[in-house]
Design a protein around this ligand. Sequence first.
Ligand code: NAD
Length: 357
Amino acid sequence: MLVSGALAVTTSVVLMRSNIRTMDVLVYDTKKYDRETLNAANADAGAPHKLVFVESLLNERTASLADGFPAVSLFVNDDASAPVLERLAHGGVRLITLRSTGFNNVDLDAAARCGLTVMRVANYSPYAVAEFAVALLLAVNRKLHRAYNRTREGNFALDGLQGYDIHGKTVGVIGTGRIGAVFARIMHGFGVTLLGYDLTPHPECLALGMRYVSLDALLAESDVISLHTPLLPSTYHLINAEALAKMKRGVILINTSRGALVDAEALIEALKSGHVGAVGLDVYEEEEGLFFRDRSDQIITDDVFARLMTFPNVLITGHQAFFTHEALAQIAAATIRNLSDFEAGRRNENVLIPRSA
Ligand code: NAD
């Protein structure tokens, strides 16, 4: 079924087995690939759940769409702040299941107050994101984004395309959890000196020879810095003007984690002065109104983003690091399992706020 307008709705056709308890789920912020993978995962599980897909993001205006649904599924730019959660709970929602690892867009305290269970996908291919971070690094270092455009225009000049060997450089990894550790392992293969900054050292990173240092030391010593911490109050604008000033001149900064780890305005100043050598960003603090949609015929009104896009040494992608076949399948399977476990009263590793009694 397709309902016209911004709140277009499609309903998956599912076969419900009488011996399996089902959940009716409103799935926000969906694209064709979400619908395909979620329907496939649901079918693989015996089609236990009725999935209703909407393209719109969750916000105060669209929360009422979930009235009567016991569960909603959200993605990274859905707004699950307190007023929205209160509205969802008022409409009968009991479970929020996120199709992401990060949960910075959900007010967990408010969810607990509203009696909402919150689940996420704690584990899915860390390779998807780590490999993408490496891709950004190689692209901005060797200027692949510029070379691609040049050769298509018949310009085979090399001026301005010079990079450096990654081999022998010092690479700083901020946040050495699942993704940071895979990134470190790949970088190890390049023959680099690895520095790490985390609250808890990762045994695999230690085994690679990573030296855990203070944030200041990592900023000062690294030729390349890649961000892999979650967005938390403690990591908000971790990379601000002060942190940027502590970095080596010519540093390459890669952010595939969350946009708000970086103060974009401070980054622009550091790029303008030439202090930062190159930047690869898959995320942006204000990406919610921009990413995951074709806006090629629209005017970009975010002047900070527009300025970032003007630098030849900045490569921005639209939050696609997770976007591999394997990761999407794992996210979909975990989402279906979260729904089944919630309905059956089972707890699993994806629970952020448990089911209230
Ligand atoms: P993880 O929980 O395995 O690792 C995060 C690490 O950050 C942990 O080791 C933790 O100790 C560390 N950390 C937390 N607070 C810190 C602080 N204040 N200072 C230093 N270190 C701190 O998470 P993960 O699976 O590796 O994912 C990391 C992040 O990547 C997610 O939170 C998410 O924001 C982002 N992500 C992005 C995409 C994408 O498509 N771009 C996809 C998946 C995840």
